[in-house]
Ligand binder design. Structure first.
Ligand code: PMP
Length: 310
């Protein structure tokens, strides 16, 4: 596996080992950053690297920045162009993960967002599975999801991932693969770094965007694919904890997680304990789409190695 060599930092492409910050950086001390997680998929048949939903991720980065009073001095178009330029420089011929990060770079003891300096960094690394295995066992976390009036849950804020890390660590140390986190209202919110769907009576159900979830791009992709390709209805509504125990199928979805079947929740098998039929079809469909193999969805994929502009 190749390693990464560059970062775009402080307005220029530089060797990754030179992209450094001080221990005094406000973002490091207080979690004052916003970021994105984007995947690029290698398609050997096309000899092409495709970035999935690049524009949508950069649009969310803009929204996260706005919520957090961060000044991102690049347009969505420019951010997309910089990403393609970075990946071309890296020359990856394998799957990769792209991380744009906007952060408060001041070296002052100041816990605030206004009147501070913002920095932007962008790097990419070769990347495989985020959650190992083809199907996973989950638990309901004892940690609650950050509520929108505590910290913006729909923005991808660095400090918010303390919550994710606590939930994930508890799950792993207790022998599970992933955590399902309930919201402040006690209803299902999402996983540590992925959204969640269950299947009941043949319909896909996912918590609404008012359930303190991150407004996941994969969550939306799944809804589109399920309706258009599988003719499965999709319902957004609150989900009770014990609905998890009687669901016919369940899966996580996210850029990192991709579509990840859940076969057990709190030691109860989901359905008959094997990957369900709708989930299995979504896993396949999602993989085909992100690799640019389905012409109908090819415009969701940005090719890196082309002379065309982006
Ligand atoms: N929730 C959280 C907390 C996440 O970190 C992620 C990953 N970005 C998701 C949901 C899924 O979002 P997306 O599909 O846009 O990657």
């Amino acid at each position: 596996m190749a390693s990464n060599r560059f970062a775009f930092f402080n307005g220029e492409f530089i060797p990754i080992e030179q992209a450094q910050v001080s221990v005094m950086t406000a973002a490091l001390n207080y979690g004052l950053g916003v970021f994105e997680g984007i995947r690029a998929y290698w398609n050997a048949d096309d000899d092409q690297l495709y970035v999935f939903h690049l524009r949508e991720h950069m649009e969310r980065l803009k929204r996260s920045s706005a919520i957090m009073f961060m000044d991102l001095p690049y347009s969505v178009d420019e951010l997309c162009r910089l990403t393609v330029e970075l990946l071309r420089r890296e020359g990856f011929r394998e799957d990769a993960y792209i991380r744009p990060l906007v952060f408060k770079s001041d070296h002052t003891i100041a816990v605030r967002l206004n009147g501070m300096t913002d920095a932007f960094a962008l790097y990419a690394v070769p990347f495989g599975q985020y959650i190992p295995g083809t199907a996973v066992r989950a638990c309901v976390s004892s940690w609650r999801r950050i509520e929108d009036n505590i910290m913006p849950s729909r923005a991808k804020v660095s400090g918010g991932y303390v919550n994710s890390a606590l939930a994930k660590t508890e799950a792993l140390l207790n022998g599970y693969d992933e955590a399902i986190v309930l919201g402040g209202d006690g209803q299902v919110s999402e996983a540590s770094a992925a959204n969640l769907y269950i299947v009941r009576n043949g319909a896909l159900i996912t918590p609404p965007i008012t359930s303190d979830i991150l407004e996941g791009i994969t969550r939306r992709v799944v809804a589109q694919l399920a309706q258009a390709e599988l003719h499965v209805p999709v319902v957004e509504r609150p989900i009770d904890r014990t609905e998890l125990y009687v669901a016919e199928e369940a899966f996580f979805c996210g850029t990192g997680a991709e579509v990840k079947p859940i076969i057990e929740i709190d030691r109860r098998p989901v359905g008959n304990g094997a990957v369900g039929p709708i989930t299995a079809r979504l896993v396949e469909l999602y993989s085909a789409v992100v690799h640019g193999r389905l012409p109908a969805y090819r415009d969701w994929c940005t090719p890196v190695y082309t002379n065309e502009g982006v």
